[in-house]
Design a protein around this ligand. Sequence first.
Ligand SMILES: [Zn+2]
Length: 193
Amino acid sequence: MSQPDCLFCHLVANGDHVHAADGFVAIRDIQPAAETHLLVLPERHIDTFRQIDEFPDEEAGRMLRFVATVKGADKTALVTDCSRALDQPPGMYTFGPLDGGEPFYSDGSVGLLPDSPSLASSVRGMDFMVRHMHRQVGLELPAAVRMASLTPATIIGLQDDLGSLTPGKRADLLFLDAGLEIRRVFVDGEAVT
Ligand SMILES: [Zn+2]
């Protein structure tokens, strides 16, 4: 299962384990960028996340559940480094300026650098993240929404202005339908869609 020359297998075997369950471990980062900085790794060796078949949806869902369970919704923020391939069909897209930016390929679920084992970016928006955490990962909807709203607002110190429906906070709102698709967008109380 583990490979002797793999850094991550070494970390799984020898790292400072904080929690282990369900085929995953959380270990302390040796160069923490925050008071608590953990790496979550599958216990089994995986050559590359680029080959999605090696890390099936069910296992990816279990890893996200592991994170949410260890940290809780008030300490887990959903993030996306989405590119302009957001919600677009598979094809070639460009990072940065359209003239002179760097090309990358979107397979419709993630951005990939051509001729490189590296991932390029996400092509999913935050609305997708919330739906995914609720439907595929199995979190309660309020927990998934909190991870996209009040939790990140609190992490960056803007919890008094953003992140929940409270008198006095800025009215940046999304209206979602029963399928969790965005129907209306309000910025500072003004409808923009
Ligand atoms: Zn490994």
